[in-house]
Design a protein around this ligand. Structure first.
Ligand SMILES: [Zn+2]
Length: 251
């Protein structure tokens, strides 16, 4: 029966001369050479020949000026260091497909009411999740948890039109979201947002914001807050600054 020897081949003329210990190289380069040859031995050799090849390397590196301790350390199997991500205790990861207006994480949305007023909300979760909460708050009469529930339970006919909710914008970051929400609230003076929840928007922006279009609504048109004569065009630097600071583009 034929026998195959699978081991490292060296030409008969190979001299086993490697980078000498006294050579003026960085120690890591010297260690690296021994380690690389040891790895090659483990990768190529059949199990019964690995030890033989490692002994050969041991002898070769002794002849190149290295001591036993150095050779032993370099010949030891390399331990792969876990990277930063592996060190965290990750249990499971899930990746959701992107569905516009559903998986958008940070959303500014508008819920209309049958009375013509609107609620401008923001969430850093999906808008769908937040809507489900608003609906539950309405059903259970939890007015302290939701301004929408509070409005729905007011005197008069207030049917919250959840099905007509629109995602006005998606923006990343806490501050841009607050600013954008404030802009939208300003553009919808007939909102039923709670004032204490609203980010204070410097008055200097009011004329600029009032000039921007309000996206078409299904219920009824939203009146502009300022009469047209007060809506003077802002100096260009203001527009620029608004974009710069918040990454906001007005609808
Ligand atoms: Zn209403």
């Amino acid at each position: 029966m034929a026998t195959f020897w699978i081991t490292v081949y060296r030409k008969p003329t190979h001299t086993d001369r490697y980078l000498h210990k006294l050579s003026n190289h960085h120690p890591s380069q010297k260690q690296g050479i021994i380690g690389t040859l040891a790895n090659r031995a483990r990768r190529i050799c059949a199990n019964e020949h690995i030890q033989e090849e490692l002994s050969h390397l041991n002898k070769a590196f002794l002849a190149n000026g290295y001591n036993d301790r150095e050779i032993k350390a370099a010949l030891a199997p390399r331990q792969r260091r876990p990277d930063a991500n592996e060190q965290e205790n990750i249990i499971n990861k899930a990746f959701l497909p992107y569905v516009s207006q559903v998986t958008d994480r940070i959303g500014i949305y508008r819920i209309p009411c049958s009375c013509g007023s609107v609620y401008i909300g923001t969430t850093k979760r999906s808008v769908g999740t937040r809507l489900t909460e608003h609906k539950r708050n309405c059903r259970l009469g939890q007015t302290e948890k939701s301004a929408v529930a509070e409005h729905a339970l007011r005197d008069g006919d207030h049917k919250i039109q959840f099905e007509d909710t629109q995602v006005i914008a998606t923006t990343s970051g806490y501050h841009p979201r607050l600013v954008r929400e404030a802009v939208e609230i300003h553009k919808h003076p007939n909102n039923f947002n709670r004032k204490e929840e609203t980010f204070y928007l410097n008055r200097i922006w009011h004329p600029a914001i009032s000039r921007t279009k309000v996206a078409a609504q299904r219920s009824r048109p939203v009146p502009e807050e300022l009469p047209p004569e007060q809506a003077t065009p802002p100096p260009p630097t203001h527009k620029y600054a608004l974009r710069r600071r918040g990454g906001i583009s007005l609808v």
